[in-house]
Design a protein around this ligand. Structure first.
Ligand code: NAP
Length: 326
């Protein structure tokens, strides 16, 4: 059973690894709902208690699916997000991603209220354990969005607040309005910018870092050798064109190190993240039961100082080729 970690200073206990449910929407290959529910149940059994969803994943389908999986289960800690507009009849601010497409973001208080009620209805719960702002709305001061989110806490519809894809400065402004329990940001052996100013700020404020795409959207498992034309990762310059071949060569030494330690590359990537601090909670996604077991074993791996130094050198910040998502 995976050990527990505290989600932010004085916050609730959750499994040191959570489960990222986005992968169940077909972005990285087809997924089957019945199998998906079994996979979520297996994640909960291993102690991956935090199940991560968002209203935009599968345009609401992911929350319905997670809702079916957690119904009647007291061991699940359900996290979801709002702010990426996924409905045709709603407006928002264009946010270029740097990957050739824009997201539409809405952080206005009226939208937040409406989005939360829709999420609760799809999930079939009275209250969300953790509710994130998926991306800050460039047209709405983050203070206004967080004040609206805090109203939902006071109304008993949300237990803890989170932010995602924010700067250190935005976290400070938001946290001054209402205590933030967790910030979600991409953090892994191929994306380490969080270490520069975000993570030190979170530590100062007592906020947990939930690491999204902790396996580099699959790259760090060493199993991605090609992608289907419809795979969402075709948008990602780290996979597209020559990106995958270039990065495979650059990360070959870290894959070799995993083999030397009799670990899978996925386990090494997750174990390294878990060693970065008790306040880091990675949320790997998989559609496969057997990989839940493989990934959960990362919690039991102990890396010594010399091994951590070697990983730090082999997967130094900036090693990956290709611009990451904003
Ligand atoms: N806040 C945000 O903006 C944001 C953005 C992206 C993601 N997220 C969250 O972060 C979660 C995880 O991110 P992610 O799904 O992008 O990437 P990830 O967890 O880094 O990687 C998922 C991929 O790795 C593969 N995989 C998992 N375990 C494996 C193993 N042991 N061996 C080989 N392959 C393995 C999966 O394939 P199989 O399914 O075939 O196993 C899947 O394609 C998401 O589900 C979502 O909840 C948040």
């Amino acid at each position: 059973m995976i050990k527990g970690r505290t989600l932010g200073k004085g916050g609730p206990r959750v499994g040191a690894l959570g489960y990222g449910a986005m992968v169940l929407e077909g972005y990285y290959g087809a997924s089957d709902d019945d199998q998906a529910i079994k996979t979520i149940h297996r994640a909960l059994e291993t102690g991956m208690t935090m199940i991560d969803s968002a209203d935009a994943y599968g345009n609401g389908h992911n929350e319905s699916l997670v809702g079916r999986a957690v119904r009647g289960r007291r061991d699940a800690f359900v996290a979801s997000k709002f702010g990426i507009v996924h409905e045709h009849d709603q407006t928002g601010t264009e946010l270029p991603t740097g990957w050739g497409f824009s997201l539409k973001i809405n952080g206005r208080p009226s939208y937040a209220k409406r989005a939360l009620d829709a999420s609760l209805s799809r999930l079939g719960v009275d209250a969300l354990d953790l509710w994130y702002l998926h991306y800050p709305d460039p047209a709405t001061p983050i203070e206004e969005t967080v004040a609206a989110m805090a109203t939902a806490v006071r109304a008993g519809k949300v237990r803890h607040l989170g932010l995602s894809n924010v700067t250190a400065e935005q976290v400070r402004r938001a946290h001054a309005v209402y205590p933030i329990a967790a910030v979600q940001y991409e953090y892994s052996l191929w994306r380490r910018e969080a270490e520069t100013s975000l993570l030190p700020t979170l530590r100062e404020l007592g906020i947990a870092l939930v690491a999204w795409s902790p396996l580099g959207a699959g790259f760090l498992t060493g199993t991605v050798t090609s992608l289907q034309p419809t795979d969402f990762r075709q948008n990602n310059p780290r996979f597209a064109g020559r990106g995958l071949a270039t990065n495979t060569a650059r990360y070959a030494p870290i894959m070799q190190m995993a083999r030397e330690l009799s670990l899978t590359p996925a386990q090494l990537a997750l174990a390294w993240l878990l060693h970065q601090g008790e306040d880091i909670i990675p949320i790997p996604g998989t559609r496969q039961l057997v990989r839940i077991d493989e990934n959960s074993q990362a919690d039991a791996i102990s890396l010594n100082a010399e091994q951590l130094r070697r990983i730090d050198t082999l997967a130094r910040p900036g090693l990956a080729e290709g611009r990451p998502l904003v």
